[in-house]
Design a protein around this ligand. Structure first.
Ligand SMILES: [Cu+2]
Length: 84
């Protein structure tokens, strides 16, 4: 299952690795693609999104609501507004 998460707080290669490792603890078979500039993390995994998001959150990063990643027009309000 292809999943897209918007993760805030990643600044460097170490962060990228930490997030990747977090995902792999949930699903060792997962493939992870990270764009540091946008915070978009693309994951191919059989695990539910919530489990992956939890693992990333435990590493100290902020996983935003799915809608933000899916809709680039939203101003980053967490998908709770009407701007999307
Ligand atoms: Cu870092």
């Amino acid at each position: 299952m292809h999943q897209v998460l918007n993760v805030q707080g990643m600044t460097c290669g170490h962060c990228e690795r930490a997030v990747t490792e977090a995902v792999k603890t949930v699903d060792p078979q997962a493939t992870v693609k990270i764009d540091l500039a946008t915070g978009i993390v693309e994951i191919d995994s059989t695990q539910p999104r919530a489990a992956l998001a939890n693992a990333i959150t435990e590493e100290g990063y902020i996983v935003q609501a799915e809608k933000v990643a899916a809709d680039a027009k939203c101003g980053g309000c967490g998908g709770k507004c009407s701007c999307g």
